[in-house]
Design a protein around this ligand. Sequence first.
Ligand SMILES: Cc1cc2nc3c(=O)[nH]c(=O)nc-3n(C[C@H](O)[C@H](O)[C@H](O)COP(=O)(O)O)c2cc1C
Length: 174
Amino acid sequence: MKQYKVVFVSKTGNTKKVAVAIYNGIVSNSKDIVDLEEEEHCNTDADVYFIGFWVNRGSASLDILEYLGELEGKKIALFGTCGFKKDEEYEKKIEQQIKAWIPEDAEYLGSFFCQGKMGAAVRRKYEQMREDPKMEKVADQMIRNYDEALLHPDQADLDRAYQFAKEISEKIGV
Ligand SMILES: Cc1cc2nc3c(=O)[nH]c(=O)nc-3n(C[C@H](O)[C@H](O)[C@H](O)COP(=O)(O)O)c2cc1C
């Protein structure tokens, strides 16, 4: 039987919610979910990995990238949450950044992204930025994006994540 493992990092809980939806979507009796920050040493004994991260300055935090780099010969899917609104081009760029850490002999299965709310300090920064007339338009756009992000991940995001994991695991089989 194929063993599945969901391994994630989540600073404020958005990615954790998605990780749980991914875990629930995996069709297998042999599955596990691990918060990398709580596990001192996360082993690499599963066959299929769903690796989750929050987008940090266009990439992900080093702990999850290094873990990804250890997954030689595994099947790997990625999932992430980010502050910016769903934009395929942006997501593709992040996917490429993170995919670069996957070992050459691993099999890449695809990625899932959704928006995730950001801390209040970010909105304050945009409000300050808005005080400069040259920046007003850009700041308004950022504030709209920030407010939109407050609603995510929502149930529709979690349903999509669940479906993403379900389809991958059904394709792989037992
Ligand atoms: C230090 C920092 C850097 C971030 N960089 C980005 C970024 O480059 N692009 C983006 O879309 N969101 C960025 N975000 C927003 C987070 O990726 C987003 O809020 C995410 O859902 C947080 O997930 P978590 O709740 O699992 O920690 C950043 C947030 C922080 C705190």
